[in-house]
Ligand binder design. Structure first.
Ligand code: GLN
Length: 496
């Protein structure tokens, strides 16, 4: 039995659960105890419901006992595993806040499709994880409730917007977690907290029950302690859903089997290094770690070549037009009538909308609604929104051109390691620039992941980003797994 259950992988724990060496109740107790011991410092959770989690654990143990009695086949890998959920994904009967005052007191009436699927696979939905308000940000400092701390250095941010999901996992407060990624919100916090984070292709995972930020960019994906675990969770949540018309009708492969088949095949991967991703603004220690990882791939026999993504320089501009435009529309529903907070002293309906929104939304959300409303307003639509959409096409074309010569593109995930709390909070533009390497992937609808690839001299984690071709998550995971097998970065845990 591993000494620290709460720091183990799904693969290890499901083995113990299968052999009867561990019960889900014991595992859940260990995770709850760990959370109580460290979350006062990490502050990854907005809330958790201990009783509900223990009830789910007992139900899981009962299912196992019953399956054993009837001699039915092996349990799902996720049976009895506690998975933390970003507080922007619905879990029936649990609070759903998006880390915003405007949703204070709101309880989800139904499960998101990903939640329903996790439960169907036997997982325990555990806790509501902190984020930047409505997933707008890169540090969790925009949360209305608290800033999550980076478990590797409590003075620093965990990244964002899914900072709670990354920090909880790094701190041993869950065995895997879910996040959402609109411009990097899974990959960047994964990099800053030294865990694996995967944003699937646009259309791979249903967003039904996810609070929409920018609907043409949003995807839900897993955080995990290994590539194998990320593949397990992806397999459980992916697939077509009639309730999300953007989810594609494509069969979900067995990702873990696919990865091991590819490893056995000895396929020689062609990797592309975009020259635009290694220029100004890249921290030298991050650059060196990523170059070392590329060197590791070379030693494995991969073919490495330079590629060009020339429209990268317009990515941030296009993203902050498209994302704000879409959020200004998506957030119109928070009006004080239907959900959560309602202003107390409104004169009439219009006044109610204004006061509720003024009181309920934080400054970054307001900034984006104002920007988005402006770029969509008559006379400006063509100049901004339409042009941004054209740039988006060019960015996607850059990637697809590059994929004529290579299988996977390799870059840094974030230009810098975790920054100090407060360091960028006063300067929205500096914060936006942090997304430079992740945003293009969302604009192009591609799958991308971050995996641990080193530490700075000061002990801060560094992430390697791998970008795959549409719906080729298996290949992406295989390339990630090949690196992980040869390195030990993913085995390090922060001291808390
Ligand atoms: N940091 C980016 C933003 O602020 C991306 C956020 C996200 O992916 N949800 O919009």
């Amino acid at each position: 039995m591993p000494e620290e259950l709460f720091n183990s992988t799904i693969a290890e724990l499901s083995g113990l659960l299968d052999r009867g060496a561990l019960s889900s109740v014991e595992l859940m107790k260990a995770v709850i105890a760990r959370t109580k011991a460290v979350d006062g410092r990490v502050r990854a959770f907005n809330s958790y419901d201990e009783e509900d989690a223990m009830a789910q654990a007992r139900a899981s143990d009962a299912r196992r006992a019953k399956a054993k009695g009837s001699g039915s086949g092996a349990a799902s890998r996720l049976e009895g595993i506690p998975v933390g959920i970003k507080d922007v994904i619905s879990v029936a009967g649990q609070p759903l806040t998006a880390s915003s005052r405007i949703l204070e007191g709101f309880v989800s009436p139904y499960d998101a499709t990903v939640t329903r699927k996790l439960k169907a696979a036997g997982a325990i939905c555990w806790g509501r994880l902190n984020l930047d308000e409505f997933a707008m940000g890169s540090s969790t400092e925009n949360s209305a409730f608290a800033t999550t701390s980076n478990p590797w250095d409590l003075e620093r941010v965990p990244g964002g917007s899914s900072g709670g999901s990354a920090a909880a996992l790094a701190a041993g407060e869950a065995v895997a977690t879910l996040g959402s990624d609109t411009g990097g919100s899974i990959r960047q916090p994964a990099a800053l907290c030294s865990v694996v984070g995967l944003k699937p292709s646009y259309g791979r995972v249903s967003r039904y029950g996810l609070i929409a930020f920018a609907s043409s960019l949003d995807q839900i994906g897993p955080f995990a302690r290994s590539v194998e675990d990320a593949a397990t969770v992806l397999g459980a949540i992916a697939g077509h859903d009639p309730r999300d018309s953007t989810s594609l009708r494509q069969e979900v492969p067995d990702y873990n089997r696919g990865v091991s088949d590819l490893a056995k095949s000895g396929r020689r991967w062609k990797l592309g290094i975009p020259r635009e991703y290694f220029g100004e603004g890249l921290d030298p220690e991050v650059g060196a770690a990523v170059q070392a990882a590329i060197g590791e791939y070379r030693r494995m026999g991969c073919e490495v070549r330079e590629v060009s993504l020339p429209h990268t320089k317009y990515a941030i501009g296009a993203y902050y037009i498209i994302a704000t435009a879409e959020c200004s529309s998506n957030l119109a529903r928070f009006d004080g009538v239907r959900y959560g907070h309602r202003s107390k002293d409104a004169k009439d309906a219009i006044d109610l909308y204004f006061k509720t929104r003024a009181e309920g939304f934080g400054p970054e959300v307001k900034r984006r609604i104002i920007l988005g409303t402006y770029v969509l307003s008559s006379g400006y639509y063509d100049a901004y929104y339409l042009r941004a959409q054209k740039v988006r096409t060019l960015i996607r074309r850059d990637f697809l051109d590059a994929y004529r010569d290579v299988d996977v593109i390799v870059t840094p995930t974030s230009p810098t390691p975790a920054f100090r709390k407060g360091e960028k909070a006063a300067d929205p533009l500096a914060m936006y620039l942090n997304d430079i390497y992740t945003i293009g992937v969302n604009l192009a609808g591609l799958p991308g992941m971050s995996l641990p690839c080193g530490f700075t001299a000061g002990g801060l984690p560094i992430g390697l980003q791998l970008i795959g071709q549409p719906f080729k998550e298996t290949e992406l995971l295989a390339v990630a797994s090949a690196y992980e097998q040869r390195t030990e970065w993913h085995l390090r845990r922060p001291r808390l």
